[in-house]
Design a protein. Sequence first.
Lengths: 115, 109
Amino acid sequence: GAVVSQHPSWVICKSGTSVKIECRSLDFQATTMFWYRQFPKQSLMLMATSNEGSKATYEQGVEKDKFLINHASLTLSTLTVTSAHPEDSSFYICSAKGGTTDTQYFGPGTRLTVL
Amino acid sequence: DAKTTQPPSMDCAEGRAANLPCNHSTISGNEYVYWYRQIHSQGPQYIIHGLKNNETNEMASLIITEDRKSSTLILPHATLRDTAVYYCIVLQGAQKLVFGQGTRLTINP
């Protein structure tokens, strides 16, 4: 149980385009989902927290107009990187928690490369 | 900021027990100790968590000292697939997971 999937697992796009990443909880209802970013040889950094049906809460320094987060259902959250630039190239990871547990379960990650 | 201190790296022989320490001297009474690991280029994997009692599951055992200021994650029979970065995180309720640098565990054949 407690499986989280992400799609796509990797994506390459041109500078200036937008990219959408999906995060799904497969066997539980995720009341809260989180989006992290990880640069090479660094630890995970939380970007934003989203509760189903509410606006996401962004961490300091994360541009909410650039990283659009939608958590429209209890099993799906999406992260859209708008007008992507090479410096947005990173490993994006989502996590989800729900029910009576505070344990977060992570997706496998999406590697974004912006050319 | 992360509230835990872990050694940056450790080595362990395959088949032996791997004991990963974590210091969390400022832990408060309602904060849990969580352990995750991240294998290269994958998302973190939940291992185990505990409040004050020792815990065991199919992956590992968690030993928490009586004063709760430190803990040890034990992988009883390490395999090559256990090579990963292990993160010890203290967390209470709706708090955010804050990842430090973790311990890079290398299992040697």
